[in-house]
Design a protein around this ligand. Structure first.
Ligand code: ITT
Length: 203
């Protein structure tokens, strides 16, 4: 099946390509549809934003479209930055500035109050306007300084539960096996391969 990836985040594209490599899908990107309009992410939840992005791109391309809306929820900060993860330090802020702000906001939090989770909603939208969503989470905690240089976003300050390395200190496959995105895409894989799936050819 051909699917357009409704994201402009190159690091997400890299991860989604890697995790879906063994699946029966061919991924196109917005580079193949360069005039596709930007979608305003004004939803209150990852699910609302993912569905909005996937529907907009599917409507524009007339192809099934897959969107990823994701972010970090820090319990001591009332689940911030949440859907504002990409612009936590202000509109257009980059990964380093967002991470710096998070560490500053968490500077007085003791070890036992540093719990957090990454969340990812993958939405698949079809040209007939129907959608499916798949949610994945990764529980962990926030470190006190950035460590490692792999991955993107808040990876250098996120320790998945039970591990002494941040996501940014892990090899790609290790992060994928523990990550919110890996978990959500695993559910997509199950959906695409169940006997009642519209993508599995009958006899
Ligand atoms: P698109 O909307 O084009 O997909 P985006 O970067 O704007 O790209 P989001 O609105 O979903 O995407 O914001 C996701 C942000 O959450 C991202 O910029 C990171 O700051 C953070 N994030 C999500 N997944 C992450 C991961 O696996 N590792 C580290 N940070 C992550």
């Amino acid at each position: 099946m051909n699917i357009v990836l409704a994201t402009r985040n190159k690091k997400k594209i890299e991860e989604i390509r890697r995790i879906t490599a063994g699946m029966q899908i061919t991924l196109f990107t917005l580079d193949d549809f360069s005039d596709c309009p930007e979608v305003e992410e004004d939803g209150k939840t990852f699910e609302e934003n993912a569905v909005k992005k996937a529907k907009a791109v599917s409507g524009y391309t007339n192809m099934p479209a897959l969107a990823d809306d994701s972010g970090l929820e820090v319990y001591a900060l009332n689940n911030a930055p949440g859907v504002f993860s990409a612009r936590y330090a202000g509109e257009g802020s980059g990964d380093a500035a967002n991470t710096k702000k998070l560490l500053a906001d968490m500077s007085s939090a003791p070890d036992e109050k540093r719990g957090a989770r990454f969340a990812c909603c993958i939405a698949l939208a079809f040209p007939d306007r129907t959608t499916e969503t798949f949610l994945g989470y990764s529980e962990g905690s926030i470190g006190r300084e950035p460590r490692g240089s792999n991955g993107f976003g808040y990876d250098p300050v996120f320790y998945p539960r039970g591990h002494k390395k941040t996501f940014a200190e892990m090899a790609d496959e290790e992060k994928d096996s523990l990550s919110h995105r890996g978990a959500a895409l695993k559910k997509l894989q199950e959906y695409l391969t169940t006997p009642y799936s519209p993508f599995v050819k009958g006899d």
